[in-house]
Design a protein around this ligand. Sequence first.
Ligand code: UD1
Ligand code: UDP
Length: 377
Amino acid sequence: MKIGIVLGTRPEIIKLSPVIRELEKLKENIDYFVIHTNQHYSENLNRIFFKELNLPEPKYNLKVGSASHGKQTGMMLEGIEEVLIREKPEIVVVQGDTNTTLAGALASTKLGIEVAHVEAGLRSYDRSMPEEINRVLTDHISNYLFVPTEVAEENLRREGITENVFLVGNTVVDATFQNIKIAEEKKEEIFEGEMLDIVKGGDYFLLTIHRAENTDNSRKLKSIVEGILKVAEYYDETVIFPLHPRTEGKLKEYHLWDKLKKNKNIKMLEPTGYFKFLILEKYAKLILTDSGGVQEEACILKVPCITLRKNTERPETLEVGSNILVDIERENILEAVDSMLRRNRNWENPFGDGRSGERIVKILSESYNLSIKNEKE
Ligand code: UD1
Ligand code: UDP
């Protein structure tokens, strides 16, 4: 049996690492290879995760890089197709909702290769988000749908997808559990000086913003910056802000950069490695974000989270009480921060037990063996 894995961005590398780890263990029986589209190529959005997670070098790097949606997806399709024709895998695994995810699924299905979608069934029900389009399309052309929760399973059912849907939990839990211990052990190496003191004291808020709907709209990004400055001033608290390159670019373009830079409470950083980020999450008093993965990790690590969006495809976090939504243009961010800081952190983690990677690989190999047996009969 041969499996192809297609990945290209920071969260895909992190969330597919538990699947790759399982496949490495079973190398004798299952042949696999990785195609990296290079959607993320900067060292600290890409290579750093391969190093920290101890992942083998991808067999193929398509060197696609950044471009408009159509061009980027088109270049990926072309490159992925070429590799798949050469490698002839039985199944291709994709994860999440990026342009890489859609390109991997589409290239495979058009060649008659089965598609396995990890983290299937998520819905924000907001079609203005490129991620929502990628998710819906990928789910509808996938042969194996690995859903993280019952909510995701139900979303698929409503769209008529009921076959080969497997409730396996989210691989983000596997990755968090596997790496938080290592991150803890390395804490003193990773942080130094003032940052080590801040982290040890746990006296800070953590912020990430990168979603196009927030960064590429000057009015929205301005509201977010003003809201964050208000929070930093009111609580006189440090706000640690690792910057996605998209966000850095837009803050500069909309002349918001200096406002943040000049404020003594705001600490802007380059995007951090995974170990550093897990520690920053774990010890934060509160996390403010528009990231999908960060909403989940905050919930798993028992840190209250405010999602700076109108909707979320992770409603489980709202239900258990680890997260609330704040539309920064309409709602009062200070009230939201106050209410989340008071919240009892005894919520349940709805994303599974940390064995999703193992389940996914087991299901794929059993299905394959069954299909071989049926063919012979
Ligand atoms: C992509 C995904 C998003 C995911 C995010 C994870 C899509 C449509 N979006 O968004 O769902 O949450 O990855 O982080 O697939 N850039 C660099 N270095 C890089 C990569 C990008 O500087 O290595 C800059 C470029 O200016 C680029 C911009 O960031 O134009 C946006 O990159 P892109 O991959 O298009 O989207 P992300 O915002 O990263
Ligand atoms: N992350 C990281 N360094 C950072 C910011 C995020 O390692 O500076 C990790 C984080 O732990 C999570 C993932 O990146 O696992 C989330 O990626 P991102 O927010 O870019 O994408 P999304 O989850 O929104 O698709």
